[in-house]
Write a protein that binds this ligand. Structure first.
Ligand SMILES: Cc1cc2nc3c(=O)[nH]c(=O)nc-3n(C[C@H](O)[C@H](O)[C@H](O)COP(=O)(O)OP(=O)(O)OC[C@H]3O[C@@H](n4cnc5c(N)ncnc54)[C@H](O)[C@@H]3O)c2cc1C
Length: 300
């Protein structure tokens, strides 16, 4: 019986694993290796990296740190987490693990605007999170793409970074004008285009409408996300968009089942994910039976 099984090895899960091993807890990291952070070309708001850091490099460093404390990282997609006696059973790809507590750190899956999206993310032509990187496109020509009835407030937010913000409705919802939110955005200075097609030429995105095409320095896409949490018969609370609801210790309403990082409703940021990991790991350590060290055990 392992003390903690961590499902998901992005910034949240890896940080929790390091904390837990440093509390001398046994844990296993079960990870399908598709962190959202792998798409970050360069993050400049991640604490401790004055010159910026790419998502893949940050993940490499977090894995290295976890391995320094002997975290076993299993490459596996978990299919099911269920209650079992006084703990949990976790199944994935024909294998099973048994743990006293479980941390869900499975993140989100972004809905992307086209097959070209990963290439466009890599070169910064497409972006998903203005809190992360709008500073980098200050005073550039910025597009905001998504359902007409939900892009108005996002476009207005971006006016703090550039006076050249274009709303690009992905559909004709709300008559294509975004309703009251769209009107408020237009009043604030957002340029609202008709419904059209978002394209990528390998370098930049452009938006094609019936009577022309406009090139954009970058486009923020707001198509939402999907969550998949492999919990079987566990009575957790979820938000309307599928995120897990937790208490101030990151615990769900199922005792011993925690959730951390983007899968928890709130601000989807690396700093938040690692903060939640520290809170959850410390609480788990406190609720499990005290560790009894023997003189012969090595520290790592
Ligand atoms: C383009 C882009 C740019 C960003 N820029 C920044 C930035 O500059 N600053 C910032 O703070 N944040 C940024 N973010 C957000 C940041 O990437 C996320 O907040 C962060 O990755 C969340 O970490 P997490 O550990 O919760 O989830 P993730 O990093 O998404 O990791 C979840 C892990 O769980 C695994 N998993 C999922 N389901 C299963 C399963 N069933 N079994 C096993 N494993 C599973 C996944 O494969 C993945 O490895 C950006 C995001 C994107 C997409």
């Amino acid at each position: 019986m392992i003390d903690v099984a961590i499902v998901g090895g992005g910034p949240a899960g890896l940080t929790a694993a390091t904390y837990l091993r440093r509390f001398h807890r046994s844990c296993v990291m079960l990870d399908a290796d598709e962190s959202r952070a792998r798409w970050i070309p360069e993050s400049n708001n991640c604490p401790g990296f004055p010159g910026g850091v790419s998502g893949p490099e940050l993940l490499r460093l977090l894995r290295e740190q976890a391995r320094d404390f002997s975290v076993p990282i299993e490459p596996v997609r978990v299919g099911r987490v269920a209650r079992e006696d006084d703990g949990f059973v976790i199944d994935g790809e024909g294998r099973s693990w048994h743990a006293r507590t479980v941390m869900i750190a499975t993140g989100l899956r972004d809905r992307l605007p086209g097959e070209w999206a990963e290439d466009a993310l890599a070169c910064g032509a497409l972006r998903l999170c203005p809190i992360c990187d709008a500073f980098e496109v200050s005073d550039r020509r910025i597009g905001v793409y998504g359902p007409a009835d939900s892009i108005g407030s996002h476009a207005e937010f971006l006016l703090a970074f550039s006076s050249s913000v274009y709303a690009l409705p992905a559909d004709g919802g709300d008559g294509g004008d975004g309703g009251a939110e769209g009107e408020a955005a237009r009043q604030a200075g957002v340029r609202w285009l008709a419904a059209g097609d978002l394209r990528f030429d390998g370098r930049r995105c452009s938006y094609k409408v019936a009577d022309g095409e406009i090139a954009l320095d970058t486009v923020y896409s707001y198509l939402g996300f999907d969550t998949s949490v492999p919990l079987d018969g566990l009575d957790i609370e979820r938000t309307r968009s599928g995120e897990i609801v937790v208490d101030r210790h990151q615990q769900t309403r199922v005792p011993g089942l925690y959730a951390i990082g983007d899968i928890v409703g709130g601000l989807n940021q690396i700093a938040v994910a690692v903060g939640q990991a520290a809170i959850a790991a410390t609480h788990v350590h406190g609720r499990l039976a005290p560790v009894a060290r023997s003189d012969a055990e090595p520290a790592r």
